[in-house]
Design a protein. Structure first.
Length: 233
């Protein structure tokens, strides 16, 4: 898939001065990648409806991804149920290692729902050695397809959440003003763009994109989109 190559390139952007990256992370087939080191892993809008199967490459040290479990459970020849978890943040530190994200094997949708309430994950080397990591749920509001996860995780890191990047937290602390500001770990959606700032020429392609995405979506996604659209009219 295109997203695989894009995600890999995004992960390597900070490493332009290095000849090789040293850490790889294999993701399970049912994991959809949402952000890599505060970067958007995919600029292809059609990828929001599909799970991805990626092997990411990083530089030695601390790295972070935001991911979501996206899996179908088939009940018969023509029946299936789709499970999409909350978005999760995974931050880990490693050097010269080949790692893999371990997630329970869901055979029934009930098992997946239980995971969503109490997630259990692990990061291991290919030799089976556990790697220390930080894990947290990224709380969001609104319809999932409308979120810019790379921007939300930037806010999360600045606020110093449990799975925040240490470098991002340190930078935010160093630049903070003396005025105390009440903050929470819940990330608010970006402000709506004023209609007066959107040109008539840009509305047509956006409409076409939405129509295409809607037609490609499954039944549950269509219901979710319609409900969100009515609430935000």
């Amino acid at each position: 898939m295109k997203v695989k190559h894009i995600a890999l390139a995004v992960a390597l952007l900070p490493l332009a001065s290095s000849a090789f990256a040293e850490v790889t992370l294999q993701l399970p087939d049912n994991v959809r990648l949402l952000a890599v080191n505060e970067q958007d892993p995919s600029k292809n809008i059609t990828d929001i409806f599909f799970a991805t199967d990626d092997k990411l490459t990083f530089n030695n040290g601390e790295n972070q991804i935001v991911y979501q479990i996206d899996q179908y459970f088939y009940k018969g020849d023509k029946q299936s149920e789709r499970f999409r978890s909350s978005p999760y943040i995974l931050t880990f530190s490693a050097e010269n290692s080949s790692l893999q994200l371990e997630i329970p094997n869901f055979r029934r949708v009930e098992q997946a729902n239980e995971f969503n309430y109490s997630p259990t994950v692990n990061v291991q080397t290919t030799a089976g050695k556990n790697i220390p990591f930080k894990h947290d749920k990224l709380e969001l509001k609104g319809l999932s397809i409308s979120h810019d996860y790379h921007e939300y995780v930037k806010q999360y890191n600045k606020l110093g959440g449990p799975a925040a990047l240490a470098t991002a937290t340190a930078t935010a602390t160093a630049t903070a003003t003396a005025t105390a500001t009440a903050v929470t770990h819940k990330v608010e959606p970006a402000p709506k763009q004023s209609k007066t700032n959107v040109s008539t020429q840009s509305e047509a392609p956006i409409k076409q994109q939405l129509q295409t995405l809607f037609n490609q979506a499954d039944k549950e996604t269509k219901k979710e989109f319609i409900s969100w659209a009515v609430q935000n009219l």
